[in-house]
Each structure stands twice: as C-alpha cells, then as structure tokens.
Design a protein around this ligand. Structure first.
Ligand code: SF4
Length: 570
C-alpha cells in the first residue's frame, strides 16, 4: 500500500491527519485550588502573598515606612500587603474619569491613603466615637465616610500619621486589621442585635467569638480573595445575606429552637450571584465551627489562578449547595448538620431609620447622614449628644445609617433634634433615605464618575420635586444606588434604580453618565425574594440629566402602579 492509499494520509507527506493522531488526554487547566492543584502561585498576586505573611507588613509600616516616607515603600507592600491593614492609596486629585482606564496605577494614585477602620457590626461607644472624630480632624482633613459594610473610612491620611493613628485606635479597642485584602473582612451584624423586640436570635456572641478567635489568624490571612460575613437574627433581614460569602440568618427550628439558616456564595461586582441556602440548621453553639469550616473550604478549594474568578461564588457555581454541604460536613466538621427551615418572609424596615422601642423599654433613633458622609466634627458632636442623653452606644448600618441606642422615652425628641442639628435626619425624604453612593471620583482610583455630591444633590431635588404630589407621592422605599464604576461597591444590581458610572457620548461629546439597572432588590418587607436588576438596554443617562430622568420614571410608576405594587414589582 502506498502512502497515498493509507487512510488518513494525503499522499503529500507523512504528517498524520487529526483522525489518526493519538492525543494524550487533555488535562484540565489548573484553577490554583490548593487542595487540588497544589500551592504553587499561578499569578503575581498569589506570589506576593506567599513571599511572606501579608500581615507582617505592619512592622515595616511602623519601623520603616512611617519615618522613611511614601518613597521608601516597597511597591509590593504598597499595592498588596498594605490592604491587610486597611490602607489603600487614594486617587490623585484632578484626573478626570475618562482617563481612569488609560493610566497606570502609579499615575492614578496619590501619596495619601484611605484608611478603613473595621467595626464588625458597626458598634461604637462614646470614647471610640471621640477617638475616630479626633483622628479624622488631626490626620484626615476632617473626612469620615460610612461604608455599606458598617465600617468608617478616612481619607487624606499620610504614612507618617499611621503609627499614632493606630495607637489611638487600639487604645480604645478599635483596629484596622484585615480591613481589606484577601482576608475575612469586617462582618455585617444586625444593627439591632440584642436590642430588637422581635429578634429571633442575638448573633452578637457568634460575631464576637469569630472576631476573638480568628481575626488576624495567619492561617486565614491568605485567602483566594476577600471573604464577607453577615449575621442577623432580625426578621427584617437587615444584613444583605444574599450577597455575602457566608450568611447566618436567624430562624426558628420547629424542634431545635432558635438558630441560623446557612447561606453561602453570594457576591456582586461584575459577575453578580446570589448566595444559596445549604438547607442546614446551625445552632448558636455550632456557628463558630461552621464559619471556620466554610472559610477553610474557600482557602483550600477556592480558585486562585484568575483574580476575577477567585470569589467563593465561582466555586459554589461549580459545586452547587449539595456538594458544598457534603464537603463541609465530611471534610471540615466531621458531623452532619440537621436540616433546617428557610427564613420567614421579611417584615419591618431593614434600614432601622426613625424611632423604635427596644426590648428593655429604651429607644433607638435611626438617622441618615446624607449619602453616608460624616466628618470628624459630626462624630465628636454625636459623642457629646450621646453623653447628654445618657447613651453609650451608637451603631452603623449596611445602608450607611447611624443608630443612637438606649435613649429614654422622654429624651427622644431631644435626640431627634440633636441628630438633626448634626445633619443626621431621623425623618428623611424617600430618596434621601434610600439612596447610597460609593466613594467615586473624589478619592477612588477605579472611578469613572463623581458620585457622592451628585447623589446628595439629586436626592434632595427629587424629594423636593415629588413633594407636590402629597399623599400620592412615593410612600415606600425606592432604592437608588450611585456607583462610580462597574465594581458595584454600593450594589448596582440590587437596587430599584442602580446606576453604573461610565463616560458616555452625547451629541458627539464625552460626558460623565450612567448605565441604568432597574428592578433589583434584596429580600425586604414587601419583596420576599432577592432578584438582580436588569440593564435597560441602550439607555445611558448623562449625570446632568439624572434628576429629570428619575423624576419621570417615578412619576410614571406612581401613575401606573396598582394598589400595593412596589417599584420593583411594577
Ligand atoms: Fe470605586 Fe468603583 Fe467601588 Fe465606586 S464602585 S468605590 S468607583 S471601585
């Protein structure tokens, strides 16, 4: 048989055709899962983390960088390990959003830092308020922003100020450890934990135990990416449990009593995914172990090859809740968790604004700082007000609100007016109440558009313009979030009106604007289940037209809605 006669050959050479070639079985590309692929770093970020425990950068900050100045900082420390202590470089002033994608990080960043102070559960006493207020005025040009994870962020911080800033914080029991980085970030805890009359279970002991046992644990300080925790026992479902890596949500088991329903794998950003129930009931006693099991699954099995595929949600997408629960029980807990019920449909206002009676007969007053913006003076004023009222407890919320706790009934009017004098409104308009804005162009290196000042102006205008409708006006929550880029820090996809900043073209001119997402929301009273909003295809709204656009949209909703129809149902 000639070569030309052989099946699979052309007669022009001996190169075998595909049908004949014997290929070795294709090995799936490793995902960098430590438990599967080994711990060899597959990208630069992983390599930096393995060069030395990231938390050890603290010593270099204190002993070298604070005295050597910005120029003395090792770039790997600056752009990676500093985050383990809550420090990010802030955006250089004067660079417009259109240039964000074109510039290198060193051109975008300033010599000043954002310092995030972690406040697991957002609890602060008067001494802590005074300390942060003092630090803000002394080292951060009076800035202080509430974040949507109950933390406080300061801007304009210089590296030379860090040792004294940390000394003051730590002297009153506060810390910045694992404020950012690939770590267990600050936990969301129900802002009314331990005080709400209708609480199913108080998660405070669990949050405290996790913090006491695992904060700063080097075994959990090199995760594939950030790991977000949420804990609540409030029937209002007030900690965004669907968009955290792990959430423990208070439920009553028919035989076992109060405990938690376990949710895993939620996160937003550019590939949003809601968390899933594992169907497991977690008792108060088991909660610490379960949290530890889930975070170690993430450490050991989480994907580390690509950073944009490294959140726990991607592992959950592959495994599904059944396999996740099986691995948790068999490999990490060594026992089976009982099945449990889902949370009841939410009831009550999850933002906790207004005046509410606590279970001990005292009251909390929930107030809104415009778009989460505070200042050093406001924090000092709040500490003074709390002192006058005999309160020693303030809490922040995931909606960028503040609660003043333990107010006697006869002092409530004084609390409300005192908060108002500080710019903290306990009876805000619908839009002021339900609007959140991220840091945006003012300080964020990733930002494309300005957010906070815009949101403050737009919400004030909307509340004013729609006031003429009186009782026909918006009488219930319409959530609005203003995000400076696709990273969705204040949750584009889970708002009634979610705005994603981008540069758009209007009449041939490049201007700041927004892509619009409508109809998203987390489970709240009147909306039993979370859902992600949809992009309105082709719609781009210039920032300058935002008030007009939202006003038109809301007036249409008000005109067309039927009875109890909420904005998200419309
Ligand atoms: Fe920065 Fe974008 Fe996050 Fe806003 S959404 S804070 S602009 S990263």
């Amino acid at each position: 048989m000639s070569t030309a006669d052989r099946p699979g050959t052309t007669g022009t050479g001996t190169r075998p055709q595909p049908a004949e070639r014997v290929r070795p079985p294709r090995k799936a590309r490793p995902n960098g899962q430590w438990a599967v692929d080994g711990t060899t770093p597959l990208n630069e970020n992983e390599a930096v983390k393995q060069q030395g425990p990231p938390l050890e950068v603290r010593e270099r900050i204190l002993s070298t960088y604070a005295t050597g100045g910005f120029e003395s900082i090792d770039p790997d420390d600056l752009h990676s390990r500093f985050r383990w202590w809550g420090l990010y470089t802030q955006r250089r002033q004067g660079i417009d959003g259109g240039r964000t994608a074109q510039l290198d990080i060193s051109e975008l960043e300033d010599h000043y830092f954002l310092q995030r102070i972690r406040l697991d559960g957002g609890s602060l006493n008067r001494e802590q308020l005074r300390t942060i207020g003092g630090i803000s005025n002394d080292f951060a040009r009076g800035t202080a922003d509430l974040t949507d994870r109950q933390n406080i962020q300061l801007h304009w911080v210089e590296i030379a100020s860090v040792p004294e800033m940390w000394r003051r914080l730590e002297s009153v029991g506060l810390t910045t450890i694992e404020g950012c980085g690939d770590t267990p970030r600050g936990f969301l805890v129900s802002p009314v934990a331990g005080i709400a009359k209708d609480e199913v279970i108080d998660p405070t002991p669990v949050a405290q135990a996790i913090r006491d046992t695992y904060l700063g644990d080097p075994e959990l300080a090199n995760l594939p990416r950030k790991f977000k925790t949420a804990l609540t026992g409030s029937p209002t479902l007030d900690v965004l449990h669907e968009i955290n890596d792990i959430a423990l949500v208070g439920v009553r088991h028919p035989e076992l009593g109060p405990g938690y329903d376990l949710w895993v794998g939620g996160a937003l950003s550019t590939a949003p995914r809601l968390g899933q129930r594992l169907g497991a009931f977690v008792s108060q006693e088991d909660a610490l172990d379960v949290w530890h099991g889930v975070i170690r699954i993430f450490r050991d099995y989480g994907y580390r090859r690509l950073r944009n595929k490294a959140r726990l949600k991607f592992l959950m997408a592959e495994w599904g809740p059944q396999r996740f629960r099986q691995v948790l029980q068999e490999e990490y807990l060594g026992r089976t968790l009982p099945d449990g019920p889902p949370p009841e449909p939410p009831r009550g206002d999850s933002d906790h604004i207004g005046v509410h009676e606590q279970k001990d007969g005292l009251f909390w007053v929930g107030a809104k700082p415009p778009v989460g913006r505070l200042s050093g003076d406001v924090l000092l004023g709040l500490a003074d007000l709390a002192g006058r009222l005999g309160s020693d407890r303030v809490r922040t919320t995931p909606s960028q609100n503040l609660l003043l706790l333990d107010v006697p009934s006869e002092r409530v009017p004084e609390a409300v007016s005192g908060l108002r004098e500080l710019g903290l409104e306990a009876q805000p308009g619908v839009f002021q109440r339900h609007t959140m804005a991220c840091t945006g162009l003012e300080f964020c290196k990733f930002a494309i558009v300005e957010t906070k000042r815009l949101a403050e102006r737009v919400t004030a205008e909307l509340d004013q313009r729609l006031a003429d409708l009186g009782e026909a006006g918006p009488d219930r929550r319409i959530t609005l979030t203003v995000n400076g880029c696709p990273n969705s820090c204040v949750r584009i996809q889970t708002a009634d009106i979610g705005l994603k900043g981008q540069i758009i073209t209007v009449d041939g001119e490049q201007v700041p604007g927004f892509q619009v997402h409508l109809g998203g929301g987390l489970a709240t009273a009147g909306r039993p289940e979370a859902g992600l909003g949809r992009t309105v295809r082709g719609l781009k709204v210039p920032a300058s037209d935002l008030t007009d656009y939202i006003e038109r949209l809301v007036r249409r909703y008000l005109a067309q809605r039927e009875d109890e129809e909420s904005f998200s149902q419309w």
